[in-house]
Design a protein around this ligand. Structure first.
Ligand code: NDP
Length: 341
């Protein structure tokens, strides 16, 4: 069994003075970029600029009151650069528009471990390279901050020529509100593993279980709309996971009937998890060996043929079609979530 001891940092462990007299460039004003920039400013961090393409995000950053520059210009002005653009485009943008304008002693901050873990970005030795990875989506990073709370985050140091990389990372974690909740000392590799395992090991099993349940209930004469309403569209499942996130997966069972509690716990207890564990070990192996990363890079270079094929394939499965029809038939669709055609 691996030792998984953790060190967790809180507000008193970081000081914003580590960011004093340093210009911070937020590269990418999307989900994380906007949330982190606003939180840092509200925490009293003064010199924040944004680097982006000239489009809607550029205008939004200007409306929010930040000086906005093209990415190379923002990088050249910065002491600390946040790479908050999608992971697929980050290597190209970093190599061509960020690093050429950085100086020795600058700090590069990532919110995802992926590109460093797999060597798709290989920063110059003279740069500090730090991971500050919130465990929540950008809107939550902002919403929790406004409520005087914070999104937990992982902190990792990849390069530390200055000797201050961890202190700067903690100061940033404090500025975005993460130390209000707790910041786990970690690494780019660990962040990558746990992130990809959720996507590749957990969600496929979850969706496959939903599809299997649909098929078995159909065989047993349950109408498609009834299955879909019961399964996810009633929002009962969303509510359960929401409660699980704030009470715990077993604690939230008290919100269910005794019949439900007995059925769930009896089923969990009897379930053979070995095939699932084997599948998950295989996923972990692909992640650790970089097999997935290599495959995904090839897929991007080829113009996403498999992704397009799989999207179309699963849009046409019986359960997904029944789901779409049920959304319309019962007026459950959120406005603006489907094309008019
Ligand atoms: P978004 O997709 O929300 O950010 C997009 C930003 O990147 C926009 O400003 C966009 O500009 C810019 N951008 C997109 N493509 C390019 C390009 N080709 N060249 C230059 N700029 C580009 O990203 P996220 O905030 O979701 O993710 C940022 C980082 O945070 C990633 O590393 C991600 O893994 C990590 N992360 C994300 C979380 C989340 O909340 N989604 C949670 C935790 C970590 P434009 O307006 O032009 O599109």
């Amino acid at each position: 069994m691996a030792e998984n001891d953790t060190t967790v940092y809180y507000d008193d462990d970081g000081t914003l003075s580590d960011l004093e007299d340093r210009t911070i460039a937020i590269i990418g004003y999307g989900n994380q970029g906007r949330a982190q920039a606003l939180n840092l400013r509200d925490s009293g961090v003064e010199s924040i600029i944004v680097g982006n393409r000239e489009d809607a995000s550029w205008s939004r950053a200007q409306e929010d009151g930040f000086p906005v520059y093209r990415i190379p210009k923002a990088s050249s002005k910065a002491d600390i650069v946040f790479m908050l653009i999608p992971d697929e485009v980050a290597p190209d943008v970093y190599e061509n528009a960020v690093e050429p304008d950085l100086d020795e002693g600058n700090v590069v901050i990532f919110a995802s471990g992926y590109n460093i873990t797999y060597g798709f970005i290989d920063p110059d030795d003279g740069l500090d390279v730090v991971l500050v990875a919130p465990r929540m989506i950008g809107t939550m990073v902002r919403e929790l901050y406004i409520e005087d709370r914070g999104a937990p985050a992982l902190l990792g140091v990849h390069q530390n020529p200055s000797g201050d990389a961890k202190e700067v990372g903690l100061a940033i974690a404090k500025g975005i509100g993460a130390t209000r909740s707790g910041v786990v000392e970690s690494s780019f590799e660990v962040e990558t593993k746990t992130d990809l395992m959720t996507e590749q090991a957990l969600f496929p099993i979850f969706v496959s279980a939903m599809m299997s349940k649909y098929e078995i209930e159909l065989e047993a004469g349950v109408p498609p709309e009834v299955i879909m309403l019961e399964q996810s569209l009633s929002r009962e499942m969303a509510y359960i996971f929401q409660k699980a996130a704030t009470q715990g997966i077993i604690e939230q069972l008290s919100l269910h009937s005794q019949t439900s509690q007995y059925g769930q716990l009896r089923g969990i207890d009897a379930f053979d998890r070995q095939p699932i564990q084997e599948y998950m070990r295989e996923c972990m192996h692909r992640i650790e060996k970089g097999t997935f990363a290599t495959e995904w890079t090839r897929e991007q270079q080829a113009g996403y043929p498999t992704l397009d094929h799989l999207r179309k394939k699963y849009e046409k499965t019986e359960m997904v079609e029944a789901e779409q029809q049920t959304l319309d038939a019962f007026g459950l669709r959120e406005e603006g979530t489907k094309d008019e055609d």
